[in-house]
Design a protein. Structure first.
Length: 314
């Protein structure tokens, strides 16, 4: 019985240490979540404005009429790279996951939904290439025999725009070099601290059709007022405006996705660590009860033996 008590005591001490670790990790994840939410909230305002501008340009048919616009600045992303459309031989899949575990179902949800998308669109190793942001996705698709053409590991807890700009430049360069003919971005969208939702967004090529669904959704939210289409007077020129706006849109789309995904990752990590802490607390309570019962049984046995000895001496 003494050995059994010692084993239970060791389990209690071990579980208490685990509880301390998971509680500390929960606090860290919550602090990261609070920090990144400040950036996400302000950035969403900027991203929505950029999307609104590009959507208006698409409705005015300026993008389709300027598909051959050359890039006036060699240091920025070429407009022709963003607008060039060709027959789809290969599809690029930009999959955003985390670099580590302990984030609940965050990674498995992205990978499962992405695989469902691939199955629904008949995508496989022959007609698809994977661009992985995050080590989990890169390792998963390498293990499953898909062509991982690009991988980026070590995304900051609060990603900077400079990080993502390099990713966007690499991706658009691969698109220009016909590594793939269209690109989709897959990630977990942060809804609140307890839930997130999977998103699949077409990034390249940028066209009028890209905004058809968002325009449809926006129209549902409006009342019966007449929607007047935008008219533009260009200064200095259509080429200059598109050269400035379209690269910003591509960058904002990827940066917003990574920022959103990181927010969902921190929320998922915080939730998972809270669940682990709660489970550890419940286990400690059950072990303490077991320990107390075993201890009580041992004491009762000793009292019985002592009493029996006294009776025998009488």
């Amino acid at each position: 019985m003494a050995e059994s008590l010692m084993d239970v005591k060791r389990r209690i001490d071990s579980t208490k240490k685990t509880h301390q670790i998971t509680s500390a990790m929960q606090m860290v994840s919550t602090a990261k979540l609070n920090q990144i939410q400040k950036h996400t909230t302000t950035y969403q305002v900027y991203a929505s404005k950029v999307e609104s501008i590009v959507s208006h340009l698409a409705k005015a048919h300026l993008m389709s009429s300027s598909a051959g616009v050359p890039n006036s600045n060699s240091n920025t992303i070429s407009v022709s790279e963003l607008l060039a459309q060709r027959p789809v031989k290969k599809t690029g899949l930009l999959v955003i996951t985390s670099d580590r575990g302990l984030v609940g179902s965050y990674n498995s949800n992205v990978l499962r939904q992405t695989n469902d998308f691939m199955r629904d669109h008949d995508l496989n190793a022959d007609n698809a290439v994977v661009l992985a942001v995050g080590g989990t996705g890169a390792d998963f698709y390498k293990k499953n025999g898909l062509n991982v053409a690009y991988e980026y590991r070590g995304v900051s807890d609060v990603p900077t725009f400079k990080e993502v700009r390099e990713i966007v430049k690499t991706v658009t360069s691969m698109y220009h070099n016909e590594v793939f003919d269209e690109l989709y971005v897959f990630y977990n969208h942060f809804i609140n601290r307890l839930s997130s939702g999977f998103r699949a967004v077409k990034m390249l090529p940028i066209s009028e059709e890209t905004f058809a669904q968002s325009e449809k959704d926006n129209r549902k939210a409006k009342d019966s007022r007449v929607d007047v289409g935008p008219e533009y007077e260009m200064e200095p020129s259509e080429e200059a405006i598109l050269s400035a706006v379209l690269p910003q849109y591509a960058e904002s789309l990827v940066y917003g996705a990574i920022l959103d995904a990181k927010t969902a990752e921190h929320a998922s990590s915080s939730t998972a660590m809270k669940a682990a802490s709660d489970n550890a607390g419940d286990l400690i309570d059950r072990l303490n009860l077991k320990y107390n019962r075993a201890r009580q049984a041992a004491i009762t046995t000793e009292i019985t033996e002592i009493t029996g000895g006294l009776v025998a001496q009488e």
